[in-house]
Design a protein around this ligand. Structure first.
Ligand code: SF4
Ligand code: SF4
Length: 156
């Protein structure tokens, strides 16, 4: 799995199907991320209905090619509103996560997709399945916030 920046070796077999999220080892929790980058897209939330719409306007720190945060360790210095997903806050956060997000899927009792690196054995399948943001985002510094609604993605 040398193409995968997330370490997924030495984990319990299909741990996400057997172990409650709150009991996952930190390494297992990290390995649940599919690396899609979708959660780093800016969202618009309807204040009346609470409905969340994703846009293709990406956080300023998102790398459009790797689909990773460019400054993960110090990201809060630049993006204080970035949410650190944990087993403790998943219940409050899941509703606005992308529908394919592995954390949301497991939280909702749904299976992972077969393109997830934990199933396929390679991170490349996320890109091959068209499930990552690779190549189609626009950086937020190029789009004023009042124009984000022109970049809404219907289905994510
Ligand atoms: S949407 Fe979920 S699975 Fe995808 S990068 Fe974000 S946390 Fe990871
Ligand atoms: S700061 Fe990094 S992890 Fe947070 S939304 Fe931006 S790119 Fe994603």
């Amino acid at each position: 799995m040398s193409d995968d920046p997330i370490k997924r070796d030495g984990l319990r077999d299909r741990f996400w199907e057997k172990v409650p999220l709150k009991n996952l080892a930190p390494k297992e929790w990290e390995a649940l991320c599919d690396g899609c980058g979708k959660c780093c897209l800016n969202k618009l939330e309807d204040p009346d209905t609470g409905e969340v719409a994703f846009t293709r306007v990406a956080c300023r720190l998102l790398d459009n090619e790797t689909c990773r945060c460019g400054q993960y360790d110090i990201r809060l210095q630049f993006v204080p509103e970035c949410v650190h997903l944990t087993p403790q806050n998943i219940s409050k956060v899941a509703y606005w996560m992308p529908s394919t997000c592995a954390y949301r899927l497991v939280y909702e009792g749904k299976p992972l997709y077969d393109w997830h690196p934990l199933i396929s054995g390679t991170a490349q399948t996320v890109h091959d399945a068209g499930q990552s943001v690779r190549g189609w985002t626009v950086p937020e510094f190029e789009v004023p916030e009042e124009e984000w609604e022109d970049h809404i993605i219907e289905d994510l």
